[in-house]
Design a protein around this ligand. Structure first.
Ligand SMILES: Cc1cc2nc3c(=O)[nH]c(=O)nc-3n(C[C@H](O)[C@H](O)[C@H](O)COP(=O)(O)OP(=O)(O)OC[C@H]3O[C@@H](n4cnc5c(N)ncnc54)[C@H](O)[C@@H]3O)c2cc1C
Length: 427
């Protein structure tokens, strides 16, 4: 099906918990709905993969099969050329998708911060390493250090151990008192408490060190060791893998391209999950990092609101409020310590795609200026890794987003309709 034009009443972008919740809610109200996701699997970051999905995931995937929505998988949405039209690419073929209402549920990615040696082979995000291992990458017998921040470290360490890795330690940058406070707060969310207890039981014997962060990784063709500190003492762990990320960064590029506004780095939404321009909604991690249950309830509210069923949306407001408390507690407990801004030396790469060191980027006044002068953020990741790091390390914001929001072929950028032009909201 080449160059097909597809048309729906409601288009949901993102097949994670938020997108599934939104698509099911809207389609069950009798709307013509499409769910678009760039991967071959439904379920987003948490439920991706064929084996070992939890019961909650299976229930939602079955509900989606029954709801009557159309699945457009392997389809990346790359631009919003004008209201009502998405430009997408499916297996190298361009697609145009028309919508009356759009729900953006684009999720989040891992936050990487530069420190000497952070680009060595064998160092990757915990979520990324988990995905590889779940899909058959051999972890058996590997010596792994898990470092960075957030509850995902524990989940990943538990998973790696299950697949036979030797997890040497988990280094959490947040201090003990905040982590303990967060743990006690889980009493209000028994499902999370149960999940946490299950994970912890898989990690018996693995040291969980709070207030500890990586300062340096060493090796040549492969990481051989990581040096950790608690601010007073510094020590080295020999390892052959380091799973390291400092929490999650929301994927706000497509929402920005659709004209949504940000508040404190997240998409600003109202009580209906409506975001800025008419007919556009946003749900899940782009509006705040709160986990799968929070994403599910936000997605359903967006789905009902887009389907013009306000009472059904309203019935979920209390549940969402409870998950928003959890979300706020998560952000407070795992807030990044200031020391992480100074881990990189002047010659440490900030932009690994274009090989630009921090010292060179720092000479410029803004992200835009540095991009123009050094090409940082202009490689294959398009600033998704180094732009987020520059925000933390240098305090620079992303002033605008330009299409395509994901890497795309040139021919996908050439719209077939005469009346539409590729544009970003600021041009
Ligand atoms: C790498 C990673 C691993 C994680 N692992 C766990 C875990 O093991 N346990 C846990 O509790 N939490 C995990 N999380 C956190 C978890 O993903 C979230 O809490 C939850 O899934 C959020 O749901 P969501 O629907 O908002 O986003 P997501 O689940 O991230 O879903 C967003 C979906 O949108 C798709 N997408 C984004 N942009 C586009 C586009 N332009 N075009 C088409 N599709 C697009 C993405 O590919 C993705 O499938 C992980 C997060 C990450 C980043």
């Amino acid at each position: 099906m080449n160059d097909a034009l597809l048309e729906f009443e409601i288009v949901v972008v993102g097949g994670g918990p938020a997108g599934l919740g939104a698509a099911c809610a809207a389609a069950e109200c009798g709307r013509r709905v499409a769910l678009v996701d760039d991967t071959p699997w439904l379920g987003g970051q948490i439920w991706r993969g064929q084996k070992g999905r939890p019961r909650q995931a299976l229930q939602w995937l079955e509900r989606f099969q029954r709801c009557g929505a159309t699945l457009l998988d392997r389809t990346s949405v790359i631009a919003v050329p004008r209201p009502g039209l998405l430009m997408a690419e499916c297996e190298a073929e361009p697609r145009e998708i028309r919508y009356a209402n759009l729900i953006l549920a684009t999720g989040a990615r891992e936050l990487f911060l530069p420190f000497p040696g952070w680009t060595l082979p064998g160092i990757m995000g915990p979520g990324g390493m988990q995905s590889l291992v779940k899909n058959g990458w051999p972890a058996q017998g590997r010596q792994v250090v898990v470092a960075g921040s957030g509850p995902l470290l524990l989940a990943v360490a538990g998973g790696l151990r299950k697949y036979g890795a030797n997890v040497l330690c988990i280094a959490e940058q947040a201090p003990w008192p905040r982590v303990i406070g967060f743990g006690l707060g889980l009493l209000a969310h028994p499902s999370k408490l149960w999940q946490g207890a299950q994970i912890k039981s898989r990690l018996i014997g693995v040291p969980y060190r709070c207030g500890v962060w990586p300062v340096r990784a060493e090796g040549s063709a492969q990481i051989r060791s990581v040096t950790l500190t608690n601010g007073q003492t510094t020590w080295t762990e020999e390892c052959d893998l380091l799973a390291c990320a400092f929490g999650l960064v929301p994927n706000v590029e497509l929402p920005l391209a659709a004209g949504c506004e940000l508040k404190d780095g997240f998409v600003r939404v109202d009580q209906w999950q409506a975001a800025g321009a008419k007919g556009i909604y946003c749900a899940g991690e782009p509006t705040g990092v709160g986990g799968a249950d929070c994403a599910l309830v936000e997605g359903q509210i967006a789905g009902y609101a887009a389907a013009n069923q306000p009472a059904r949306a309203q019935a979920l407001f209390a549940r969402r409020a409870s998950w928003h408390k959890f979300r706020a507690a998560l952000a407070a407990a795992f807030a990044l310590r200031p020391e992480l801004k100074t881990l990189a030396a002047e010659d440490t790469l900030l932009c690994r795609c274009e090989d630009i060191p921090l010292g060179q980027v720092r000479q410029h006044e803004s992200w835009r200026d540095a991009k123009l002068q050094t090409r940082c953020g202009m490689g294959p990741c398009q600033g998704r890794i180094c732009g987020a790091a520059a925000k933390v390390v240098l305090g620079w914001g992303m002033e605008s987003v330009r299409p395509p929001v994901l890497p795309a072929r040139v021919r996908s950028l050439i719209l077939k309709t005469n009346n539409s032009q590729l544009h970003s909201p600021d041009n």
